[in-house]
Each structure stands twice: as C-alpha cells, then as structure tokens.
Design a protein around this ligand. Structure first.
Ligand code: NAI
Length: 344
C-alpha cells in the first residue's frame, strides 16, 4: 500500500548481485518508497559466516515479510554445492516463475513488438536434482512431472492471462518423445484450458517453438512451460529484446513472492561496476505493483524509459560506456526532475 513503510527482505547475492541490488535500492529510495530492508546473505557468502547456504534467518525473514528482492546467486558446476536458487524456490514453495519479455524504448533489438510472458514451472522436472550413477560411466537424471504441479502452473498462467487481458496461452512441451512426463504436463494444461474458455489456447513442441520465436516472436503471448524448457527459452527470449541485462522476473508461491532478474551472477563482469541493473530494476517495478505502490511503479518506469530513450547514459551491454552507478544515478536524476530527463 502506498504511504506505508514496507519491511522487505533484500538478498544481495553473488557476483554482480551486490552491484545491481545497491543500484536498484538507490532508485527505489529516490522514488520515495519507504522500505525497511532486512538484508540477508545467501550462497557462498552465507556459508562462510553461518555454515549454511540458505540460513534459517533468511527463510524466516522472507516468510514473515512475504516479499523479497533478490540478486543472483552463483551455483558452481559439479558436485558438492546444490543451487541456492533452486533451494530457495523449493523451501518457500515458489512454484511459478513469471518473466515478462518486452521491447524497451530506445533499446535496439532484432525485433519490435515483442511482448510475451514466460510462465515457468519452478519446483520439479529435471531441476528436482535427482541424479545417480548406475554404474561408472552411466548416470540417470530423473525428470519429475506431476499432475498437481502441472495443473497449478497452468492455473497460474491462465489466471495471469485473464487478469492482464493477454491474447492467448501456449503450452510448450516435448510430449511426442516424453509421452508420459511431458504428456502429463500437456494433458494437465489442456484440462485447465477447458476451465478458461475465454482465453485462447494452443500448444507447441519446444524445438519448433524456438525456431518460431527467433523468426516471429510477435505471434507469442503467454508461454507455459515445464522447468527446464522455461529456463532455456527464457534466455532465448531475453536475446530477442536486448539481452539478459533487461529481462525481469518474479517467483510466486502461496502468499510469498521473490523478485529477481532472469540473469545470473555474471562472474565475467563481477566487481567492475559495469553490469546493467535494468533487469533487477524492472523486477523491482513488478514488486512495487505487487505491493500496491502503483504510482511509484509508474514513476520509476517512466524515469527508466526516459533515460533509455535519451540514450546518453547506457551500460556496456546496450552499447554505452556508463557504469552501473552512473546509470542508476541518471534514473535517480530523472526521478528528481522528470521533464529534463527526456532531452536526448
Ligand atoms: P549469467 O546470466 O550470469 O551471464 C551470461 C552472460 O550475460 C554473461 O556474459 C554476463 O556478463 C551477461 N550478463 C548477465 N547479466 C548481465 C547484466 N545485468 N548486465 C550485463 N551483462 C549481463 O549466466 P551464467 O554465466 O551462465 O551463470 C553465472 C552464474 O549465475 C552461475 O553460477 C549460475 O548458476 C548462476 N545463475 C543464477 C541465477 C539466479 O540466481 N537466479 C540465474 C541464472 C544463473
């Protein structure tokens, strides 16, 4: 609710996480939103101080506050360190990952008129992390698909489409090969579609959809996918509108929401103050809407759009030379003086 002080959990994360979260917090501050941040480390940093990658105090904080803003967390490849991101989603039952992918004003990309939403199932599939060595040289990774989780994500996708007045929902699958697993996912989405007859529905095979997305992305609207396809197709879609630096996301569960960008901790550019904070800022705008801070969401969006349109202050991924701090500073200046920021 506007006018109240919100107590929210802030998870800075690893790599570029602390840089982009600091930038976003400065913008929300400049927008005049009253937030009391409870800061909690996760991942390697938390492990070094508490012995846990997901400390109980962090989970208690998110459960109590019901809303968190999260930077990316590194998951080292190989054995011995399970993903903090997957762990957080499982621990808080954040079953729906919502990722709007839309052209931004002034940001050049291969396509115009991209305006789609990825709804990714967040709790099962190959992300269940159930793998074992059968005999040396042979590994089995278990893909878990349940009717309950598939129905729940389909209901989320259709409800979102109806509430936001979207054009259609497309189920993405590989049921021609994984007849039981993806077949169950597809049958569950089909069953839910019959309860939402006002929302047009179609279905596509995941490999074909990748080809169609890179040729005619404007034909897609809400995509509902099992976990792994959702992960891969999200990055593909980010590439349609300017890259990982500009695509936001939200993880929703029953009464709890964690807002985070699609991108990871970007170790290749971490610590250099060059990361683009736009993706996390757009996630924060989604968070403001969720909190009922509609005016603040609109003014932050307008300030971001104005800075991007003006084109003078841009991070390297968008062809500019500005640092993370300079870009955030330009948005804060645009918030302080809305009309002057549109001069390009
Ligand atoms: P990544 O998304 O971190 O980076 C991929 C490429 O995009 C890199 O070249 C990076 O420099 C660039 N990039 C990403 N975000 C950017 C930004 N805001 N501004 C400018 N350039 C940006 O993916 P990668 O390298 O596969 O993963 C790195 C780590 O992040 C891994 O440990 C992975 O597990 C973790 N990860 C965490 C996620 C999360 O916390 N939700 C999501 C995805 C990956």
């Amino acid at each position: 609710m506007a006018g109240t002080t919100h107590t929210l959990t802030l998870i800075p994360g690893d790599g570029i996480g602390p840089e982009v979260t600091t930038a976003v917090v400065s913008v929300l501050d400049a927008a005049g939103v009253s937030i009391n941040w409870e800061r909690h480390d996760a991942g390697l940093v938390a492990f070094e101080t508490t012995g846990h990658t997901l400390p109980a105090k962090l989970l208690e904080s998110v459960t109590r506050n019901t809303v968190a803003l999260k930077g990316p967390c590194t998951t080292p490849i190989g054995e011995g360190f399970t993903s903090v991101n997957v762990g957080l989603r499982k621990a808080l039952n954040l079953y729906a990952n919502l990722r709007p992918v839309k052209n931004l004003p002034g940001v050049a990309s291969r396509f115009a008129n991209v305006d789609l939403v990825i709804v990714r199932e967040n709790t099962e599939d190959l992300y269940a992390g159930l793998e074992h060595v059968i005999v040396p040289g042979v590994v089995e990774s278990l893909k878990i698909i349940t009717e309950a989780a598939s129905t729940r994500i389909a209901e989320f996708a259709f409800s979102h489409a109806r509430r936001e007045g979207r054009r259609k929902v497309t189920a993405i699958h590989k049921a021609n090969i994984m007849k039981l697993g993806d077949g169950l996912f597809l049958d569950s989405v089909r069953a839910v579609s019959k309860r939402f007859t006002d929302v047009p529905f179609d279905e596509k095979i995941v490999d074909a959809v990748c080809m169609h997305l890179v040729m005619h992305p404007e034909q897609f609207d809400v995509l509902v996918l099992p976990n792994l396809y959702g992960d891969i197709v999200s990055d593909l879609c980010a590439g349609l509108v300017g890259g990982l630096g500009v695509v936001p996301g939200a993880n929703h569960g029953a009464g709890v929401a964690v807002f985070e960008a699609v991108h990871g901790s970007a170790p290749d550019i971490a610590g250099r103050n060059v990361a683009n904070p736009t993706a996390l800022l757009l996630s924060a705008i989604m968070m403001l809407r969720h909190l009922g801070e509609t005016d603040a969401a609109l003014s932050v969006q307008a300030a971001l759009d104005a800075v991007l349109m003006a084109g003078q202050v841009r991070t390297r991924d968008l062809g500019g030379t500005a640092s993370t701090t300079e870009f955030a500073g330009a948005i804060c200046a645009a918030l302080a003086s809305p009309s002057s920021s549109t001069i390009g």
